[in-house]
Design a protein around this ligand. Structure first.
Ligand code: C2E
Ligand code: MG
Ligand code: MG
Ligand code: MG
Length: 288
C-alpha cells in the first residue's frame, strides 16, 4: 500500500460510524445533553443476605438510552462523564432518582438501603460532598455509597475525610471491586466502610479455580476481622453460592439472583418474592 491509500483508508474509517475516535467525540458531545433530555435511567440489582435469606439492599446502576445507538452501558460513558465534568451532575441526578424510587418502594412496604456508585473524582469535590449530603439528609440511613480503593489512593487525605463526612451523616460506605485495583491495607483500615464487596473477577470462576477460593476466603476473614460485612459480586451459579455460604460470606449479588432490572421489574421481583430459600441455600452437606 502506498502512503496516499493508507491515508485515504484512515479518512474513510474516521468518517464511518463505529470507529473509536469518532464515537468518543460524538458520544462526549451528546452526553452533555443526555441528562436534560431524559435519556438516563437506572436499573436496580438486589443483594441477598445469605443467613437471613432476604433481600437486604440493592445497587442502582445507571444506563443511557441513546436515541440512535440504543442502550449504552456505564463502562462506555462514565469515563467520558468524568473527563468533561458531568459526573457530578449525573451522580446528583442518580441520587434524586434513587430517593424518588425509594418513596415508591416504601409505599409498596419495602424499606431497602440503595447503594449508588461514586467516582473517585467526586471524593475530592467539596461542592459535590455538600450537595450530596444536603440531598440525602433525611434518607441517609437508607443510602449507601460504593467507592473503590483505587479512587481513595489518588488523594487519600481528602477522600478519607469526605468519606468520614458521608459516614457521619449516616450514609453506609461500601468498598467496591475489592482486590481488582490498587489495594492498600493501610487505607483499608482507615476507611469508615461497613461493607466490602469482593470483585467479581474472584467470584466468577470460584468453583473452577484453585486460587480464587483461597483469596475469597481470606478476604472474607480479613473483612470480618475489620468488622465489615462482605458481599460477593458476580454470583452466577448455585455452586458458587454454596461455597460462599460455607465460607461465611454475608451477602451475595449476581445473575443467579437477578440481573440489574428496571424499577418496575424490581418492584415485581419484590412482590413475587422470587427468593425461594431452598433455591439459594447451600446443599445440606455444606451447611455450617
Ligand atoms: P460495579 O459497581 O462493580 O457494578 C457491577 C457490574 O457487574 C455491573 O455492570 C453489573 O451489571 C455487573 N454484574 C452484576 N452481577 C453480575 C454477574 O453475576 N456476572 C457478571 N458477569 N456481571 C455482573 P454495569 O452495570 O455495566 O456497571 C459497570 C460499572 O459502571 C459499575 O461496576 C460501576 O463501577 C460503574 N457505574 C455504574 N453506574 C454508575 C454510576 O451511577 N456512577 C458511577 N460513578 N459509576 C457507575
Ligand atoms: Mg458498584
Ligand atoms: Mg462492583
Ligand atoms: Mg465491578
Amino acid at each position: 500500500l502506498d502512503q496516499a491509500r493508507v491515508e485515504q483508508a484512515i479518512v474513510i474509517r474516521d468518517l464511518s460510524m463505529g470507529t473509536p475516535a469518532f464515537d468518543r467525540l460524538t458520544l462526549t458531545r451528546e452526553l452533555g445533553a443526555a441528562i436534560a433530555n431524559g435519556e438516563m435511567f437506572l436499573q436496580y440489582q438486589p443483594k441477598v443476605h445469605v443467613r437471613r435469606q432476604e433481600i437486604s439492599s440493592a445497587e442502582a446502576l445507571v444506563r443511557w438510552q441513546h436515541p440512535t445507538r440504543g442502550l449504552v452501558l456505564p463502562g462506555d460513558f462514565i469515563p467520558l462523564a468524568e473527563e468533561i465534568g458531568e459526573i457530578g451532575p449525573l451522580t446528583l441526578w442518580t441520587l434524586d432518582k434513587v430517593i424518588e424510587d425509594q418513596r415508591t418502594l416504601a409505599a409498596d412496604g419495602h424499606d431497602l438501603t440503595i447503594f449508588i456508585n461514586i467516582s473517585g473524582q467526586l471524593l475530592a469535590d467539596t461542592s459535590f460532598v455538600a450537595e450530596a449530603c444536603a440531598k440525602v439528609c433525611d434518607n441517609a440511613a437508607r443510602i449507601g455509597f460504593e467507592i473503590t480503593e483505587t479512587s481513595v489512593i489518588r488523594d487519600p487525605q481528602s477522600a478519607i475525610a469526605n468519606l468520614q463526612t458521608f459516614a457521619d451523616v449516616g450514609i453506609t460506605i461500601a468498598i467496591d471491586d475489592y482486590g481488582a485495583g490498587l489495594s492498600s491495607l493501610a487505607y483499608l483500615k482507615q476507611l469508615p466502610a461497613r461493607e466490602l464487596k469482593i470483585d467479581k473477577m474472584f467470584v466468577l470462576q470460584l468453583t473452577s479455580s484453585n486460587r480464587d477460593p483461597l483469596i475469597v476466603r481470606s478476604t472474607i476473614d480479613l473483612a470480618h476481622a475489620l468488622e465489615m460485612e462482605v458481599t460477593a459480586e458476580g454470583v452466577e451459579t448455585q455452586a458458587a453460592m454454596a461455597l460462599l455460604t460455607v465460607m461465611g460470606c454475608d451477602m451475595v449479588q449476581g445473575y443467579l439472583i437477578s440481573r440489574p432490572i428496571s424499577i418496575d421489574a424490581f418492584r415485581q421481583f419484590l412482590r413475587d418474592d422470587k427468593l425461594r430459600p431452598e433455591e439459594y441455600s447451600a446443599p445440606s452437606m455444606f451447611k455450617r
